[in-house]
Design a protein around this ligand. Structure first.
Ligand SMILES: Nc1ncnc2c1ncn2[C@@H]1O[C@H](COP(=O)(O)OP(=O)(O)OP(=O)(O)O)[C@@H](O)[C@H]1O
Ligand SMILES: [Mg+2]
Length: 246
C-alpha cells in the first residue's frame, strides 16, 4: 500500500475539471516530484493531501485513511505528520526566523516552551540556519527564507513533507542547495517528500520518481532515467519545452 494514494480524483472549479481522474501513489521514504505546466493543478493536488481541498469524486488516502472522509481526530493526526511548505514561503515579516519556525508548534501541540525551543533549534540546525535564528525575514536572502520555510515544514517532526515550488525565484546555485537539502532531509530523517517543481533539471537529479501532470491526469510516473528516455509524446514535448527547444 502506498503511503499517499490518489485514486481517480476529480476536482472541478467553475465548471472546469482541474483534476480529471488523477491516479498515483507515493511510497514511504521516496522523493516524489510533480511537474507540469503552470495551472495544471499541481498545488491543487498537494492541497488534497491535507484536506485544504476535497475531491468531487475519487479518493485521497494517507496510510490507508481517506483524508476527505476521516474524523477530525484522524485529520489532526494526518496534519501533524505532514509538513507543508507553501508556494511563496509565507514567512510572517514581523516575526523572527525562530518565531516563524515555532508557529506550527504553538498552533496545536501545547508543548512546554523548553520543548518548543529544542525542536526549533533542531529544525534550524537541519537547514543550517542556526545563526539566523534571531533575524527577521527582511534581513535574510531569498534562499535563506526558503530554508526557514523548510525548517517550519519539518519542525513538528513530520515524516512527510509537501514542498510547493521550493526553488522558484532562486538562482540556479541556490536552487541546487535547496534540492540537496531536500534530499538530505529525506535521507537523514527518512522524510517522504512530495515536491512540486518547475525545476525539471533538479527533479531529474534528486527525485526517485517524477510524475508529469497534464489535463488533470498523470501522463507519466517513472524514475528520472525512464522519464528522460520516455517515448510518451507529452513527456517529450515537456522535456523539449524545458530545454527551450520548442
Ligand atoms: N480555490 C480555488 N477556486 C477556484 N479555482 C481554483 C482554486 N484553486 C485553484 N484553482 C484553479 O485551478 C487551476 C490549477 O491551479 P493550481 O494552483 O493547482 O496550478 P499549478 O499547477 O500549481 O500552477 P503553478 O505552476 O502556476 O503554481 C488554476 O486554473 C486555478 O485558477
Ligand atoms: Mg502551484
Amino acid at each position: 500500500m502506498s503511503l499517499i494514494s490518489f485514486e481517480n480524483v476529480v476536482k472541478e472549479f467553475d465548471g472546469r475539471k482541474v483534476l480529471d481522474g488523477l491516479t498515483f501513489g507515493v511510497e514511504k521514504g521516496e522523493v516524489f516530484a510533480i511537474v507540469g505546466p503552470s495551472g495544471t493543478g499541481k498545488s491543487v493536488t498537494l492541497k488534497h493531501i491535507v484536506r485544504l481541498l476535497t475531491p468531487d469524486s475519487g479518493h485521497v488516502r494517507v496510510d490507508g485513511v481517506d483524508v476527505a472522509e476521516c474524523s477530525s481526530r484522524q485529520l489532526r493526526k494526518i496534519r501533524r505528520r505532514v509538513g507543508y511548505l507553501f508556494q511563496g514561503g509565507a514567512l510572517l515579516a514581523w516575526k523572527t526566523v525562530e518565531e516563524n519556525v515555532a508557529l506550527p508548534l504553538k498552533e496545536c501541540d501545547c508543548l512546554p516552551d523548553a520543548q518548543v525551543a529544542k525542536r526549533v533549534a533542531a529544525a534550524l540546525a537541519a537547514v543550517e540556519l542556526t545563526d539566523a535564528a534571531e533575524k527577521f525575514p527582511s534581513e535574510i536572502s531569498g534562499g535563506m527564507q526558503k530554508r526557514a520555510g523548510l525548517a517550519r515544514a519539518i519542525v513538528r517532526e513530520s515524516d512527510v513533507v509537501l514542498y510547493d515550488e521550493p526553488t522558484s525565484g532562486l538562482d540556479p546555485v541556490t536552487s541546487v542547495t535547496i534540492n540537496r537539502l531536500i534530499k538530505k532531509l529525506n535521507q537523514k530523517l527518512g522524510i517522504t517528500s512530495v515536491v512540486v517543481t518547475h525545476d525539471l533539471q533538479g527533479a531529474l537529479m534528486f527525485a526517485d520518481r517524477i510524475l508529469l501532470l497534464k489535463d488533470g491526469k498523470a501522463v507519466e510516473c517513472s524514475t528520472p532515467a525512464e522519464f528522460a528516455a520516455s517515448d510518451n509524446k507529452d513527456v517529450k514535448d515537456f522535456l523539449a519545452a524545458m530545454k527551450g527547444e520548442m
